[in-house]
Design a protein around this ligand. Structure first.
Ligand code: ADP
Ligand code: MG
Length: 352
């Protein structure tokens, strides 16, 4: 049985027309980090708040280590769930020292054990020398570490993090993300990490669940969701993607830039959509091109050192592709080029 089991969880707020979360199901294993990823308003915090016990679901099951937290008959209160939570704003008590902030949730323990646990947590988040300081005497990044230490001190069964670093600047956030990744893996506490940042989710999570308007779009490893997007929304969410019409023919897939030799098991004549990332094209200049030629509309230099070309496909008005080539300075607007899709990089979108 999975460590956390969430099944068919839904929530519609009073006075709203559509559910904030609809039929959410996933499981989480011990020590695993799951990221709930999606645009602002897609239902991430609502999902997290239902798991924490701050919001009552309309229906569904939440089971943690075999104990039912929520089903059609009961909804356990937040303090009985053994779930730690970290918010965007560290929300430390300003009048308490770092030490006392971390000790806050374990007040009932004997003084000696409490001190030992706080010291352990300070060491875990790399702040052993900061126990006597007050929150205003440490940086924003350090405050967030304290709030993670505070959430972990009572040994929660599950840690929930709701956009914990979105108030921090980019460099600090990246450093902290790496630290938190190590802290969570060391502590082996299963965690759900809510973010709107594709980069943060891909970097930190073992698995990613993508939400749109409360509906799950895909659940999979970073590799899966990036390279095998379930639909057009997910494909576009993870950076630039070309979505092309294709038809199954005996030699492969027929597209606007020619036939891709692709082994498929689909019936012939099937119309579908495929996703191709800009880096998954081969670009040849006119001299050595013998297939369909296209015209370069614009050349953009990318921060990765590559050139990105916007290409108008010949005889296909309105179809523009975004393709990448390795810093080739010789390609200019109005040049004719030949583009080919690398067959093994094609992703057939399901439900197309
Ligand atoms: N207490 C509430 N009452 C009514 N609507 C709410 C409430 N909280 C959130 N919502 C609505 O539910 C949807 C999901 O919100 P939320 O879970 O906060 O999304 P996210 O965390 O992904 O930004 C939004 O449309 C939001 O306006
Ligand atoms: Mg939110």
């Amino acid at each position: 049985m999975s460590f956390l089991n969430v099944q068919n969880l839904s929530k519609k707020y009073n006075g709203t027309s559509a559910p904030a979360v609809f039929d959410l199901s996933f499981t989480l294993e011990r020590g695993e980090i799951l990221s709930l990823l999606g645009e602002s308003g897609c239902g991430k915090s609502t999902a997290l708040r239902m798991i924490a016990g701050f919001e009552t679901p309309d229906g569904g099951l939440i089971e943690l280590e075999g104990n039912i937290l929520n089903n059609e008959k009961k909804c356990l209160s937040a303090e009985k769930r053994g779930v730690g939570i970290v918010f965007q704003d560290a929300a430390l008590f300003p009048h308490l020292t770092v030490f006392d902030n971390i000790a806050f949730g374990i007040k009932k323990q004997k003084a000696k054990l409490r001190k030992q646990r706080v010291e352990e947590m300070l060491a875990l988040v790399g702040l052993s020398d900061f126990g006597e300081r007050f929150p205003h005497q440490i940086s924003g990044g350090q405050q967030q570490r304290v709030s993670i230490a505070r959430a972990l001190a009572p040994k929660p069964n599950l840690l929930l993090l709701d956009e914990p670093f979105s108030a921090l600047d980019e460099n600090l956030k990246n450093k902290l993300l790496e630290d938190v990744y190590k802290i969570l893996h060391k502590a082996q506490v299963p965690s759900i990490f809510v973010t709107h940042s594709v980069h943060d989710a891909l970097n930190t999570a073992d698995r990613i669940l993508i939400l749109k308007d409360g509906h799950t779009q895909q659940l999979g490893s970073p590799h899966d969701v990036y390279f095998r997007p379930a639909n057009e929304y997910v494909a576009n969410f993870f950076g630039k993607t070309n979505i092309l019409d294709a038809e199954t023919i005996s030699q492969g897939l027929l597209t606007c830039v020619g036939t891709i030799p692709y082994r498929h098991k689909l019936p012939l004549g099937e119309k579908l959509k495929i996703a191709v990332r800009p880096e998954d094209f081969l670009v040849k200049t006119e001299e050595n091109c013998d297939g369909i030629c296209s015209t370069v509309d614009r050349v953009r230099f990318c921060d990765s050192g590559c050139s990105e070309l916007l290409i108008n496909v010949k005889d296909q008005p309105g179809i523009q592709l975004c393709v990448q080539c390795q810093g080739d300075e010789s390609i200019c607007p109005k040049d004719n080029v030949h583009v080919e899709i690398v067959p093994e990089k094609v992703r057939i979108l399901s439900g197309s």
